[in-house]
Design a protein around this ligand. Sequence first.
Ligand code: SF4
Length: 220
Amino acid sequence: MAKRETKAELKERVEKVLNALDQEYGTEYICYLNHETPWQLLIAVILSAQCTDARVNMVTVDLFQKYKSPKDFAEADLRELEKDIHSLGFYHMKAKNIISCCQDLMSRFGGNVPDTMEELLSLAGVGRKTANVILGNIYDQPSIVVDTHVKRISKKLGFAKSEDPEKIEYELMKVLPKEHWILWNIQIITLGRSICVARSPKCVECFLRELCPSAQIQPS
Ligand code: SF4
């Protein structure tokens, strides 16, 4: 059985992983969902549930031309909005949530997107993942977004054990330094889309293979 990693060893490995990620992918904050305003990002994140960012970006080009403010979404016709976002899946729930969320924004926040976790979670259709995207990308507040890539790869790296995204978020908060919380999601998405892909991770070409307890490297 493999020897259990001490806290000091884990800390050292985390630092090495973060340095390798910074070197490979840089430290620029990138948001994969196109938006020009905080409320547009909020809607784009709601639309991105069970759907790729690329597909959301295709739909929001026209959507944000048609609905130009939270007020427009708050007053939208449910059936019409469902048609507008039909191609993204779960369109009934997403349309309902977007209308309710924007009604909340208009009635309680003057049409602005709030900047605290508590207030964001009080909006219809907004869970921790969405709230963390807003806090990190819009308000530059340290936050860890746990999406499918972060969940899978954080576990592979031995930085999280849980299956539950909220628990993983707290596990990562303990392991990662605060200044790297926002970047973790950005860099891990890039790794997850290109190298540590869900179906067959390309461990042989992965720059983290020496640091990853899940690396599968076949002898040649
Ligand atoms: S070594 Fe393999 S399992 Fe580990 S992060 Fe890289 S691709 Fe993923």
